[in-house]
Design a binder for this molecule. Structure first.
Ligand SMILES: Cc1ncc(COP(=O)(O)O)c(C=O)c1O
Length: 348
């Protein structure tokens, strides 16, 4: 792959003990362009602003998708990109729904691996955090015609990051605004899904909540997912999570947690939970634990939820089976688990 290296690295200026999420970047970016017929070659350039025509289709019609995944470094300095293959599959599912070209799974995996290898000195230690990778694709035609672009750019940028949440979450069950509708693009990591979620999220944050738990009105108000994480709860020692359908993002951490939980012998139900039933269970003290899963959030406990005007507290961060599950997830990420090592892409 063609690599143009930076003349001077920013590595020395980074305080790895204070990593503000998504604000500090590695030196380079990975790029590949689609000319309307086929993809060009992957190449790496120094990270810099990209010039755009003001009529670039992405600026007007939001034809843009992205992914989020992480590379980890263990105490032996081994580097692992966790579940990269799954992120590429999901990226291509998003691309299909957004009328964008798919990327070649093998070529993109190798290119991302090489990119991470180049930026390996930016990967924080296990105690400091991880390297967040942000693959994304934008439409690049210069036209104001409200039609799909023909040309696209794929890129990967990377940020050394600390831990996203440092305390259990206080969430609000959103029953007025909707994140996604059935038949829509909620399952895709489409940029516009996030833009549409910011207003209700800010309303909730103004009231002191960390996150919104979205609901699905078409099914009489059932639980869906959080702003950037999937939702789980434990009732009478059974792990529950909303079932996947086209208005929910098919979280890769969600899938990892389900598989690890089953491997531990925990019962897991992927189903539909109505807000009314959930509220009743909370009121009766039947919920032992609530948590959020995501690449950024990993497993983050939810200790408080407000439904309507009623707030419920759950001592989630003391429920031992999920504390153990968190360790299991880390054991895979840090290359200490054989059973699930097929999830890992080790960078030499
Ligand atoms: C809306 C939404 N749901 C769930 C997730 C969790 O997905 P994953 O575990 O693949 O990071 C994310 C993560 O980015 C998200 O944006």
């Amino acid at each position: 792959m063609q690599i143009e290296r930076v003349k001077e690295s920013t590595l020395g200026s980074i305080d790895f003990e204070k990593l503000d999420f998504g604000k500090i970047f590695t030196d380079h970016m990975l790029i590949c362009d689609f000319d309307g017929e086929s993809w060009g070659e992957f190449h790496i350039e120094p990270l810099k602003p990209i010039a755009m025509h003001p009529a670039s289709s992405v600026l007007h019609y939001g034809q843009a998708i992205f992914e989020g995944l992480k590379a980890y470094k263990n105490d032996e300095n081994q580097i692992n990109i966790f579940r990269l293959q799954s992120n590429i599959i999901r990226f291509n599912e998003s691309a299909l729904r957004m009328q964008m070209p798919s990327i070649d799974p093998e070529k993109s995996l190798l290119a991302i691996k090489e990119f991470v290898g180049l930026e390996k000195d930016f990967i924080p230690t296990k105690d400091q955090g991880s390297l967040y990778l942000r693959p994304f694709m934008i439409s690049t035609d210069h036209t104001l015609k409200a039609l799909s672009s023909k040309t696209f750019r794929f890129m990967v940028i990377a940020c050394p990051v600390g831990f996203y949440y440092d305390k259990p979450l206080n969430i609000f069950l959103e029953q007025t605004h909707r994140r996604a509708a059935r038949g829509g693009v909620g399952f895709a990591k489409a940029a516009g899904n996030y833009a549409a979620s910011f207003y209700p999220t800010e309303l909730a944050r103004d009231k002191g909540y960390d996150q919104i738990l979205w609901t699905d009105i078409t099914n009489g108000c059932t639980l869906e997912e959080l702003g950037s994480a999937n939702f789980f709860y434990v009732k009478e020692d059974v792990v529950h999570t909303p079932e996947i359908h086209d208005s929910i993002l098919k979280g890769i951490t969600r899938d990892s947690v389900i598989q690890l939980a089953k491997a531990k012998g925990l019962d897991v139900i992927e189903g539909s939970t109505s807000a009314a039933d959930f509220k009743k269970d909370l009121a009766e003290g039947n919920i032992e634990c609530m948590f959020a899963t995501g690449t950024a959030a990993a497993i983050t406990y939810v200790n408080s939820i407000t439904i309507g005007s009623d707030a419920f507290e759950v001592d989630s961060n003391h429920y031992q089976p999920i504390l153990d599950l968190k360790e299991d997830l880390d054991s895979v990420k840090f290359l200490k688990n054989k059973e699930f090592e097929h999830w890992n892409v080790v960078v030499d």
